[in-house]
Design a binder for this molecule. Structure first.
Ligand SMILES: Nc1ncnc2c1ncn2[C@@H]1O[C@H](COP(=O)(O)OP(=O)(O)OP(=O)(O)O)[C@@H](O)[C@H]1O
Ligand SMILES: [Mg+2]
Length: 414
């Protein structure tokens, strides 16, 4: 039986005599789909499969399972009022009270007095089915509006998300511009003060105690200069790669981060091979390293450890390939759950709510791709093994031979 037939079929329950089969035959002859039910339980089960109307004799209402049938009818969804036709004995029904109860449960009830003409029965069933069809139309409309509401909600959510992203991009662009112009403005007075201190440092008439103070001021000022220089370089886009010393850049970054490490209570160990010269863009590499260091600091609780290493390495799978400079920043921080690994490099993916923009690794990937390098991430969230190690493989300078590592290729392992 197809769905539409189930939706419009007449369920008949007539436990006494030949009423059931007789009515079923008659209605089938008039084109109705009919199911003759054996018991009240059978009727209940079939209502669940789909029904257009119920046709019951008064005797059926006297069955012991009537309360369950009533319960089933009361459970109908809001759009449904399954039409109920009850054949009664003429005059005042013995079951008047029962009929009232069932009418309140079913909603639409039609009483037909026996003896009953064929035309009356057929007509009553037709009316019941027409009423049922109207209910189905209401059901369809409800479903349609529910799905429209869901689509609207989804659209609204997407728009809100896009607005949020846009807000972040704007904030970031504004912050970038502000940082660049601030750094620029600070640069000039900084140069003047640096010069003045230099003159003071070389002023022989100065008492020793004062010279010490001047030396401290000069050293601190040199640090400020480095930071300003770096902030400026973030927004400068180099076009031609130069020979740069990765080790030097890494040491510089670590130096600038010293205060941050101390504040975060982290122990930092380094194994950096000196003179690691590659062809690249120094300012951008510095930015990539800083982003990785920041992530490691942000993920690692007080008392944690960071291990930073830089050395030449060969591809283990193909030793004939040229070497790469392997820079690794490992931490004993939170680790990254497996399901997040593949999303790390998406722009705006962050687990730091308002504190993160989710752009750090995205920028790193861009920079590494520009250098024809690749990124490897190993991470674990298992207790006792928690932590993350991010390695960047920078191709060694090879005249005329493209790197084997691919453009910003990323691989993960846990
Ligand atoms: N060392 C790490 N340990 C644990 N999780 C990390 C680590 N590095 C990155 N992550 C995860 O990757 C996410 C994306 O990092 P990404 O640097 O791109 O953005 P962010 O740090 O959240 O924000 P932003 O760098 O823009 O301030 C982080 O939110 C964090 O969940
Ligand atoms: Mg970050």
């Amino acid at each position: 039986m197809g769905n539409s037939q189930l939706d419009e079929r007449i369920l008949i329950l007539a436990p006494v005599g030949r009423d059931g089969p007789a009515m079923a035959g008659l209605l089938a002859e008039h084109g109705f789909t009919v199911t003759l039910c054996e018991s009240s339980g059978d009727l209940r089960a079939r209502i669940g499969e789909g029904a257009g109307a119920l046709l019951l004799t008064e005797e059926a209402l006297e069955l012991a399972q009537l309360p369950e049938l009533l319960g089933r009818l009361q459970k109908q969804p809001s759009w449904s009022e399954l039409p109920l036709i009850v054949l009664t004995h003429g005059g005042e029904s013995r079951l008047a009270r029962l009929l009232d109860t069932i009418a309140s449960a079913a909603g639409g009830i039609t009483l037909l007095e026996r003896p009953l003409g064929t035309a009356t029965l057929v007509r009553a069933v037709e009316v019941a089915i027409r009423s049922r069809r109207r209910q189905y139309r209401v059901r369809d409309l409800i479903q349609e509006s529910a799905s429209q509401i869901a689509t609207l909600r989804e659209n609204e959510r997407t728009i809100r998300m896009q607005e949020e992203r846009l807000r972040r991009v704007e904030k970031l662009a504004a912050a970038g511009q502000l940082a660049a112009s601030l750094a620029h403005e600070i640069n000039n007075p900084l140069a003047a003060v640096t010069n003045a201190l230099y003159i003071l440092q070389n002023f022989s008439a100065l008492p020793a105690e004062t010279t010490n103070l001047v030396n401290t001021a000069a050293a601190e000022l040199a640090r400020v200069s480095r930071i300003v220089k770096q902030s400026l370089s973030y927004y400068r886009v180099d076009r031609v790669p130069k020979e740069i010393d990765l080790a030097e850049i890494l040491e510089e970054s670590l130096h600038i981060f010293e205060e941050k490490f101390r504040k975060a209570g982290l122990e930092v160990s380094t194994r950096i091979r000196p003179q690691m010269v590659i062809l690249g863009f120094g300012d951008e590499i510095r930015q990539a390293i800083d982003n990785l260091l920041l992530n490691a600091i942000e993920a690692t609780p007080k008392g944690g450890r960071l291990a930073v290493s830089l050395h030449w390495s060969r591809d283990r799978r193909d030793r004939r390939q040229p070497g790469v400079a392997r820079l690794t920043i490992a931490d004993t921080g939170s680790g990254i759950p497996r399901e997040q690994l593949s999303r790390l490099f998406e722009p705006f993916f962050t687990t730091k709510a308002e504190k993160g923009n989710g752009l750090g690794l995205w920028v790193v990937r861009g920079i590494v791709a520009k250098h024809d390098g690749s990124i490897r991430i190993r991470s674990s969230v298992r207790d006792g093994h928690r932590g993350t190690a991010v390695s960047i493989l920078w191709p060694a300078p090879q005249k005329g031979s493209p790197s084997h590592e691919g453009h910003g290729q990323v691989s993960y392992s846990i």
